[in-house]
Design a protein around this ligand. Structure first.
Ligand SMILES: Cc1cc2nc3c(=O)[nH]c(=O)nc-3n(C[C@H](O)[C@H](O)[C@H](O)COP(=O)(O)OP(=O)(O)OC[C@H]3O[C@@H](n4cnc5c(N)ncnc54)[C@H](O)[C@@H]3O)c2cc1C
Length: 566
């Protein structure tokens, strides 16, 4: 037995020695350090070397090159630590190995087939680039304006309370993604190659850190330039953008979609309806395009299906308070970024959860029409505002929708619209309780104890807030679950229920209440053949990265169908 053991040990030593002196190799390892040591490469290399020894690999420090692949903060158990995962190159040149591949886009030939993409959000833009990989010319129809002019309309929401129904936080170049927070994390890692989407964002100007951060974030101040660079590339390769152009109808021939009708407006003046034809139509209009759902309901009601969505409020706290809770009061010493949180609870069989958390961010007015108030959140790359906010929403299943909206949807011949009708009414009701775009709001403690807020704390929401009894007028199946959920949150994140915490209504657009059904194989709408629903509005994705992946996925199917038909 001893002989065998000693032989095994000798063999292990021999292998280690062999690795030590002959290997040019690459392996992965994790180093755990204090946040203030993040840039101390001597310390990090020593720790990495210790980790390699534990793996049975010995090498000289001079032969070791570390390339960061993921970074996360672990603030559990009263201590804040940085966990950094590296690719360790031993005797290897990482340069060649680390060449980040981006797709090979081709210029479309003059006689290339044209595919119409309705909507220039992440699904539309990444879809257009995917079509260019196959030499297909994308024609992108966008109801909103280019980013510089869109910025003016967005400013007018806060300064004048005016919401342009075609140019706002959700509509315009780059879609809802352009003035979003630009958080690029998604849980839908089975849907595609997240790394590919991040590499494309990096290629178009996003910081390299998005390739390695556990919670990559671009920031609303950087997104417009990235979206502009994507448009420039698509145009350079033969794609076409038509801004101020709203899709108003579908053109069908023999039960097959051959194009769309559009209405353009140039400087407020409406131009007559036109038809645009293409080999296929990709519908990437996002979840705020109520008119598109209504159009489909009129044309082919069976194309839609009701789905679970969520609604609630935005909670806003002083950033310092959230940082102190999450970092156990040690943020400044460790020079850490504004702290995040993610909270969930189950109340009466429904999820209540935080969503789209914006540390050091702002609450923004993201209505897409007059007489509605919708709130959302964003932050700049530096995440340094005085506040931290998050949506706190309640899961709403089709069976939770009050009967009156189900009756209305049935009367319209499309029961799937019930959730959308409910959402629309909740946004109008919120407007009635507000003052222009000043949103109805209540202190969190007053919401829980059913009291009016005599005054409200300072807020990042620039149109302003007005005191309101959200606890009284929000539908009880939302208000009661919100209250119970928040009490649960406070058990896990003590201090979340704080006198200076504010609830602002209403957060209604976390996901679509309607799905545009598509065939599993062809990805076309069975009820509207040759229509390819894509992105968040289709109900098959949510958020920037998953919508970008879905746009690519759908456009790959389109490219295959177009090639097969030629
Ligand atoms: C303020 C804010 C912050 C957000 N923050 C984040 C975040 O940090 N991380 C994240 O992952 N997600 C975030 N989101 C959500 C994210 O922006 C969306 O999930 C994503 O943009 C969806 O992509 P999409 O391409 O499917 O649709 P959209 O981005 O909604 O794009 C749809 C496009 O279609 C156009 N359109 C609609 N109807 C028509 C029509 N009839 N004719 C022509 N064009 C039409 C619209 O103008 C729009 O440009 C945020 C959203 C908002 C509003």
């Amino acid at each position: 037995m001893d002989v065998i053991q000693s032989f095994t040990e000798s063999a292990a030593v021999f292998v280690q020695t062999l690795l030590c002196y002959t290997a040019r190799m690459v392996t992965e390892l994790t180093v755990i350090i204090r946040p203030q040591d993040e840039h101390n490469m001597t310390l990090i290399k020593h720790k990495a070397s210790d980790e390699l020894v534990r793996k049975g690999i010995r090498c000289k420090l001079g032969e070791l090159t570390l390339v960061q692949i993921k970074k996360s903060i672990d603030a559990r158990h009263g201590q804040v630590k940085l966990c950094i995962r590296y690719k360790a190159y031993i005797g290897e040149n990482p340069e060649a190995a680390e060449q980040e591949a981006v797709p090979q886009w081709k210029a479309a030939a003059p006689d290339a087939p044209r595919v119409i993409i309705v909507g220039s959000g992440p699904a539309g833009l990444f879809g257009a680039l995917r079509l260019l990989e196959s030499g297909i010319r994308p024609v992108i129809i966008e109801r909103g304006k280019e980013t510089p002019r869109r910025k003016q309309d967005i400013a007018a929401i806060s300064t004048k309370g005016i919401v342009d129904a075609d140019s706002n936080y959700c509509f315009g170049e780059g879609g809802a993604g352009t003035f979003s927070d630009g958080k690029l994390y998604t849980r839908s890692n089975k849907r595609g190659d997240i790394g590919r989407i991040l590499r494309i964002f990096h290629y178009f100007g996003a910081d390299k850190s998005i390739l390695t951060d556990a919670h990559p974030h671009i920031g609303t101040d950087r997104l417009p330039a990235i979206v502009n660079a994507m448009r420039a590339k698509i145009t350079e390769l033969g794609g076409e953008f038509r801004f101020n152009t709203r899709c108003t109808g579908f053109v069908m021939q023999n039960g097959f979609l051959t194009g769309v009708t559009v209405r353009s407006s140039a400087d407020g003046a409406d131009v007559a309806e036109q038809t645009i034809s293409g080999s296929a139509v990709v519908l990437a209009t996002g979840h705020s395009a109520t008119d598109i759902y209504e159009l489909i309901a009129r044309t082919a009601p069976g194309a839609l299906e009701a789905k679970t969505f969520a609604a609630g409020v935005r909670a806003e706290h002083p950033r310092e308070l959230i940082d102190a809770i999450q970092y156990h009061g040690k943020k400044d010493a460790a020079r850490l970024p504004a702290a995040e949180y993610r909270l969930t609870a189950q109340i009466d069989g429904r999820g209540v959860y935080s969503f789209c958390m914006c540390p050091g961010g702002f609450i923004v007015p993201s209505a897409t029409g007059p007489e509605q108030i919708v709130v959302n959140g964003m932050s700049s790359a530096a995440r340094n505002s005085r506040w931290s906010n998050a949506a706190i929403v309640v899961e709403i299943r089709p069976e939770d929708i009050p009967q009156t909206y189900r009756d209305q949807a049935a009367a319209l011949g499309c029961p799937a619209l019930a959730g959308l009708l409910f959402r629309t009414e909740l946004e109008r009701q919120t407007f009635r309780h507000g003052n222009g775009q000043a949103a109805p709001a209540q202190r969190l403690t007053d919401f829980l104890t059913h009291r009016s807020s005599e005054d409200l704390p300072d807020t990042s929401y620039t149109p302003g807030v007005t005191p309101s009894r959200l606890d009284e007028w929000l539908p009880p199946f939302i208000a009661d679950r919100l209250a119970a959920g928040i009490q649960e949150f406070n058990k896990n994140m003590k201090g979340f229920v704080a006198p200076d915490a504010l609830l602002v209504a209403s957060e209604t657009r976390t996901s679509t209440p309607v799905r545009i059904l598509r065939d599993k194989e062809t990805l076309q709408s069975p009820a509207l053949p040759n229509l390819y629903p894509a992105g968040e509005g289709s109900g098959y994705s949510g958020g920037i990265v998953s919508s970008a992946m879905d746009g690519e996925h759908v456009c790959k199917a389109v490219a295959e169908a177009v090639a097969a038909a030629r």
